[in-house]
Design a protein around this ligand. Structure first.
Ligand code: RFL
Ligand code: PHB
Length: 389
């Protein structure tokens, strides 16, 4: 089979790129290792920057997002008994939208189905060949049968554990990593959110986050140890611990109920450079990971998709290779700023094993500065709503 762009990975990056290309008449095939049901069963991001909303509009799949998503003009931060609000619209004139990644992915699949898009599932043993030559190809197995795609370009949208990044020779690739000594235990429950905005809480017992998917579906996280397991946490124990980590008045109004999903995610900062090798481009989690504090993962994946889409359109419409050559530098310039923000916000809000009294004082001083300084709030808001593409 032949296509213009072979896309490895049918998560949000791969599906969004495919839809944007389709709207420009550029053909693609998406190869996804899992079933569609598996991809749609993953509970992940919940906060979308305007940049991602704009891309979804351009891809023709933002109708449900506009109907069901919630505009958030600010967020709450707490430490000790203090709680304060950072107002995004006041400081930078832009809100964020709360709409689950699962729903974004569902909408992208629906748009792909409507457009007759080619998304092949349960694809095994993907190998990318000749990515640094003029005619790359991708081989794999589908239902045990060999399958080959010849293409002009390969987009590696296959997440942190995919094959695309590892296709770039080690002599070319440089990786930067920071692993945090804790994880997030997340719970999804069919209960109304405790507050109409998100609450990021720094407590002596560890970080907590109160988030949501809609008016009847809440998403809560608590910092946990890396060797912990969701099986160690009954629903009652989770709610008790969450209540101890958020301000008393919020805990008093928290409505609890049975969890419908419970999982632990490790926290990591990771970047690989470069993000292009010949005709292979890395996009999203395949190239970088942020800790979830600050909600930058999916949004940074979206900015990669934007730069890659622009580069491919310039190539196919005008024969220009300038943007293709610039892709890695352009994407990385924004990626590193999102990495910095996510690292800063994670460091500010979590308890670190072995943290000294001095380190704790620094966290509190940083939080008090943020609470009292309009310019510090503006800098936070600017990063939270998303830096320009
Ligand atoms: P994905 O979503 O991992 O999709 C990659 C796809 O590639 C497939 N794949 C392969 N396919 C073929 N062959 C192979 N060899 C393959 N290997 C893998 C996989 O099955 C998968 O379907 O990467 P993508 O598309 O780059 O999207 C990135 C986002 O998923 C990720 O950055 C966010 O979920 C991170 N994240 C958040 N980001 C935000 O912007 N805002 C948030 O509020 C937010 N909250 C979160 C998060 C991530 C979390 N976890 C669990 C990691 C909260 C959590 C708890
Ligand atoms: C979520 O709702 O899953 C969520 C929200 C904000 C974050 C991370 C995760 O910073």
């Amino acid at each position: 089979m032949r296509t213009q762009v072979a896309i490895i990975g049918g998560g949000p990056s791969g599906l969004l790129l495919a839809q944007l290309l389709h709207a420009q008449g550029i053909s693609s095939v998406v190869l996804e290792r899992q079933t569609r049901a598996h991809v749609l069963g993953r509970i992940r991001a919940g906060v979308l920057e305007q940049g991602l909303v704009g891309l979804l509009e351009k891809a023709g799949c933002a109708d449900r997002l506009h109907a069901e998503g919630f505009t958030h003009d600010g967020t709450l931060l707490s430490y000790g008994d203090q709680m304060f609000r950072v107002d995004f619209t006041e400081h930078v004139g832009k809100p964020v939208v709360v709409y689950g990644q699962t729903e974004v992915t569902r909408d992208l699949y629906a748009a792909s189905d409507a457009a007759g898009g080619k998304v092949l599932h349960s694809v095994q043993n993907v190998v990318i060949d000749d990515a640094d030559g003029d005619s790359p190809s991708v081989t794999c197995e589908i239902d045990g049968e060999p399958f080959r795609i010849d293409c002009d370009f390969v987009a590696g949208c296959d997440g942190f554990h995919g094959v695309s990044r590892k296709t770039i020779p080690e002599s070319v690739r440089k990786e930067f990593e920071k692993v945090y000594p804790f994880g997030w235990l997340g719970v999804l429950s069919e209960t109304p959110p405790v507050n109409h905005e998100l609450i990021y809480a720094n407590s002596p017992r560890g970080f907590a986050l109160c988030s949501m998917r809609n008016a009847k579906l809440s998403r809560y996280y608590i910092q946990c140890s890396l060797d912990d397991s969701p099986d160690n946490w009954s629903d009652a124990a989770f709610w008790d611990e969450l209540k101890r980590r958020i301000p008393e008045d919020q805990a008093a109004q928290l409505i609890t109920g049975p969890s419908i999903e419970k999982s632990i995610a490790p926290l990591r900062s990771f970047v690989t450079e470069p993000m292009r090798w010949g005709r292979l481009f890395l996009c999203g989690d395949a190239a970088h990971i942020v800790p979830p504090t600050g909600a930058k993962g999916l949004n940074t994946a979206a900015s990669d998709v934007h730069y890659l889409f622009e580069a491919l359109v310039a190539f196919y419409k005008f024969g220009s290779t300038e943007d293709i050559a610039a892709y890695s530098d352009r994407a990385l310039a924004r990626v590193w700023k999102a990495e910095r923000f996510s690292w800063w916000f994670t460091t500010l809000m979590h308890q670190f094993p072995g943290q000294s009294e001095f380190d704790l004082k620094m966290q509190i001083a940083d939080l008090e500065f943020l609470r009292s300084s309009a310019s510090a709030q503006k800098a936070m808001a600017e990063n939270y709503v998303g830096l320009p593409y």
